[in-house]
Design a binder for this molecule. Structure first.
Ligand SMILES: Nc1ncnc2c1ncn2[C@@H]1O[C@H](COP(=O)(O)OP(=O)(O)OP(=O)(O)O)[C@@H](O)[C@H]1O
Length: 214
């Protein structure tokens, strides 16, 4: 994880970023930056383009215009792979593997912080005892918690969290906020999409408001 004390560049800097579908603008052009130890809340109503923006930032969709820098360098694939952890609506889990096998699989794919074990991460997110449960038997909130465990294990400093509070109970919302707080304290940053500021983590926060859907 980069040390914010020696890095003068924002963890993420975006200039003129725009995305259209079938020539209809979805968002942009947008300019914003996120520093280490900071969260950016991306707000907007249904269809405003929040998920699309995160997918563009994660490299899953190509923007029409604009640039993105990560830690002061153009956001190429290898840099994204090292710096970015994306928690989307479909966390890439396999229905026939157990919860723990899913976590081990994802850590094999995306890397894992040293000194962090998968079983310990499951306990942190409230899934102790569900290690051997087939994924398809978990509830929507439990699957979301498994996605959070994978996030917790990720070595990437820049978290892109699409509706992280969705499907979670109050305890789960507090869990997300605690994780974000700890991550930012460690020098990380987080972009968090939400419909409103009602569940924002108690951290240094910037706001990005996306326009209403057409
Ligand atoms: N795969 C797709 N194909 C075509 N249009 C899409 C696709 N995904 C999203 N859209 C459209 O792009 C616009 C932005 O969608 P997006 O999912 O980014 O919004 P959002 O702000 O995340 O919404 P919500 O709060 O409802 O999740 C919407 O008008 C949506 O209908």
């Amino acid at each position: 994880m980069p040390d914010s004390a020696v890095s003068p560049s924002p963890l993420l800097a975006v200039r003129g970023l725009a995305f259209s579908r079938n020539e209809t603008p979805v968002f942009g052009p947008l300019d914003f930056a996120v520093d280490a130890n900071e969260a950016l809340l991306v707000q907007g109503g249904n269809g405003a383009g929040k998920t699309t923006l995160l997918r563009v930032l994660a490299g899953l969709l190509r923007p029409d215009a604009g640039s993105m820098q990560i830690d002061g360098q153009p956001a190429r694939h290898e840099l994204r792979a090292r710096f970015v952890a994306y928690l989307g609506h479909l966390p890439g889990l396999k229905a026939d593997l157990s919860a723990l096998q899913n976590l081990d699989f994802l850590c094999g794919l995306h890397g894992r912080r040293e000194a962090q074990g998968t079983e310990a991460a499951m306990a942190i997110v409230g899934l102790a005892g569900y290690e051997d449960a087939p994924l398809r038997t978990l509830s929507a909130g439990q699957k979301k918690r498994l996605g959070l465990a994978r996030l917790w294990l990720s070595p990437a400093p820049l978290w892109l969290l699409d509706e992280p509070y969705a499907n979670l109970d109050l305890d789960g919302i507090t869990l997300v906020n605690r994780m974000v707080q700890a991550h930012l304290r460690d020098g990380g940053a987080a972009l968090i999409t939400t419909h409103g500021a009602y569940a924002a983590p108690p951290v240094r926060t910037r706001l990005l408001e996306l326009g209403a859907a057409a």
